[in-house]
Design a protein around this ligand. Structure first.
Ligand code: FEO
Length: 393
């Protein structure tokens, strides 16, 4: 069902209530998502982005109820990733000659994914598309989060179509930020930032400055996922500036896996020590095999330090720990401290390996870590507590 956003903009996207995994199984989406597509009506009509491939037919059928497809004059593809361009292929079967406005990389990437030579119109920052009374102004946003990513801005109504930026995987039928649960919304927004945008944080303030320097009114931000920001849209921009600036709270997150609970006992004793050091500090403890990795990454994003624990197995580390360390390396967190701990039976390599991986991932590793032979006794438990208590002193 379409939703009127402003006098000229209609939301024509898809709410996906059942989505629980995105990017294959790389990203959990506990609250589903939306694929936001926008129809802008003026003397000429523009369609901005589409929906994910499995919904292609449903999307096009719904769109035909909103507008005669022949009356769409321009299609804007802000981003070629399949969740926004998947339904474009189905749409273009019906209107194959319509111009598709995208960045230079967008054209390359759409061609590579769709294997179609549509009527691509390459645009760059500052280029304008005249719709009649209003114009769309394009703003390239490479690596936010793909090389092809682009925003566009609708004059007169002051609307920024920001594609993935400022989005959230958050299914809702009400569509506007002032109508949803604020805690849920910001939980999804920070999870989205932490898991998708962290590697590109240095680009975020630059892009925001560039847009602010246009000195144009901003009444709405219409991202391609989740709610439309109409109530104080700058609030999410301000959050992005904060998150991009090596964000951290007074929080330490402990993540571990364990075989016979020795490393678990260590983690709990370390948590007690951390609490003794600073009772006001948030301390979060995750056994990685029973935790959602993207939720854990969100907590790492919020932390000033992390502790990573693994038993030693086959001269190495447990696979769940190895997996999260690989994720952390790719995300490129900055300005965070870390330490390793773990139990072992004979060879005891795990702590050294975790330390190396943490250094490789750009963390400031505090000390050599803490090892425990077999099951921690009272003395080792006390050492773990002291380790936690002294770590950040
Ligand atoms: Fe929502 Fe990068 O796709």
């Amino acid at each position: 069902m379409s939703v009127k956003i402003t006098d000229s903009i209609t939301w024509v996207g898809k709410v996906d209530w059942i989505l629980r995994h995105f990017h294959g199984h790389e990203l959990s989406t506990h609250r589903g998502s939306t694929y936001n597509s926008y129809l802008v009506r003026d003397e000429k009509n523009a369609l901005i982005d589409t929906a994910w491939t499995p919904y292609a037919n449903e999307y096009v059928e719904m769109l035909t109820k909103e507008i005669d497809l022949q009356d769409i004059d321009f299609i804007v593809a802000n981003h070629s990733e399949a969740d926004h361009s998947g339904a474009l292929a189905e749409l273009m079967k019906r209107i194959p000659d319509k111009p598709v406005y995208c960045s230079k990389n967008g054209a390359k990437m759409l061609k590579a994914q769709m294997h179609q030579d549509w009527n691509f119109q390459i645009v760059k920052t500052g280029d304008k598309l005249d719709l009649g009374k209003k114009q769309l102004i394009f703003v390239e946003a490479p690596m936010l989060h793909w090389p092809d990513s682009m925003f566009c801005y609708l004059t007169e109504e002051g609307v920024l179509f920001s594609n993935d930026a400022f989005g959230q995987h958050y299914a809702t039928e009400v569509h506007f930020n002032d109508l949803v649960d604020r805690d849920e919304l910001f939980q999804e927004a920070i999870k989205y930032y932490a898991n998708i945008l962290t590697p590109f944080s240095r680009l975020v303030p630059k892009k925001i400055d560039e847009f602010v320097n246009f000195k144009v009114p901003l009444n709405y931000i219409c991202p391609s996922h989740g709610v439309i920001w109409r109530d104080n849209p700058m609030q999410i921009v301000e959050k992005y500036i904060e998150w991009a600036d090596n964000y951290q709270e007074n929080q330490v997150t402990i993540l571990y896996d364990t075989m016979w609970n020795s490393t678990k006992k260590m983690s709990e004793a370390i948590a007690r020590g951390l609490h003794n050091y600073d009772p006001s500090m948030k301390i979060k403890l995750y056994n990685l095999v029973v935790s959602d990795k993207n939720d854990v990454i969100t907590e790492i994003f919020k932390s000033k330090a992390i502790l990573v624990g693994s038993s030693t197995i086959n001269k190495g580390i447990l696979s769940a720990v190895a997996a999260i360390l690989e994720e952390i390396k790719g995300l490129g967190f900055k300005n965070k401290k870390a330490a390793a701990f773990g139990s072992y039976g004979w060879s005891g390599e795990s702590v050294g390996i975790v330390n190396d991986r943490l250094k490789e991932a750009g963390f400031e590793v505090l000390g050599d870590g803490l090892k425990c032979l077999w099951n921690p006794d009272e003395e080792i438990v006390s050492q773990c507590e002291a380790f936690g208590e002294n770590l950040l002193k």
